[in-house]
Ligand binder design. Structure first.
Ligand code: CU
Length: 189
């Protein structure tokens, strides 16, 4: 009787042990932990590899014949955040369109090109220079369009040599408060 009980309890232990081994097979928990770090490594690796395209420019401007057209709207946005100027161009033209309806005094947009390191100062100095919001004779400005309102357009053409060295260069809107949302990179390649 005692032996029998012992045998049963031994069996129970064995079963418990067996039942536990599938539990460690709960190691799927470990397995899920393993795949976790695994994908997390390829994940940064993939964006890194994909960086040249989307990260360098999530919304690249369409460039053709040494020119591009950037659209702006009533939501304080450009439709592109990167312009790549072909190195073969001696001059480059940026056409700016305001697709919105708001007046220039309320939702004015322009497009200013300067070194990234000059952006903030160019914008703050321009903030007091209504209605263009560009300080007169600001030598830090490589090029800029006039300020436009809804339905209007403007363009500016400049020598590509001006942005070949000394960058990085940026383009942005100098209407007070717009630069944070309306900016992008411009580079010669
Ligand atoms: Cu603007």
């Amino acid at each position: 009787m005692t032996r029998h009980l012992f045998a049963i309890s031994a069996l129970a232990l064995a079963l418990t042990a067996c039942g536990q081994s599938p539990a460690p097979a709960e190691a799927p928990a470990d397995a899920s932990t393993m795949p976790a770090p695994a994908p997390s490594e390829p994940t940064p690796a993939e964006p890194a590899a994909a960086k040249p395209t989307p990260a360098a420019s999530s919304k690249p401007a369409v460039v053709a014949d040494c020119a591009t057209t950037i659209e702006s709207n009533d939501a304080i946005q450009y439709n592109a955040d990167a312009i790549t100027v072909p190195a073969s161009c001696s001059q480059f033209t940026i056409n700016l369109k305001h697709m919105g309806k708001l007046a220039v005094t309320v939702m004015g947009h322009n497009l200013v090109v300067s070194k990234e390191s000059d952006m903030a100062a160019v914008a703050s100095d321009g903030a007091g220079a209504a209605p263009e919001f560009v300080k007169a004779d600001d030598v830090r400005i490589v090029a800029h369009t006039k300020m436009i309102g809804g339905g209007e357009s403007a363009s500016v053409t400049f020598d590509v040599a001006k942005i070949k060295d000394g960058g990085p260069f940026m383009f942005f809107c100098s209407f007070p408060g717009h630069m944070a949302l309306m900016k992008g990179s411009i580079q010669v390649q």
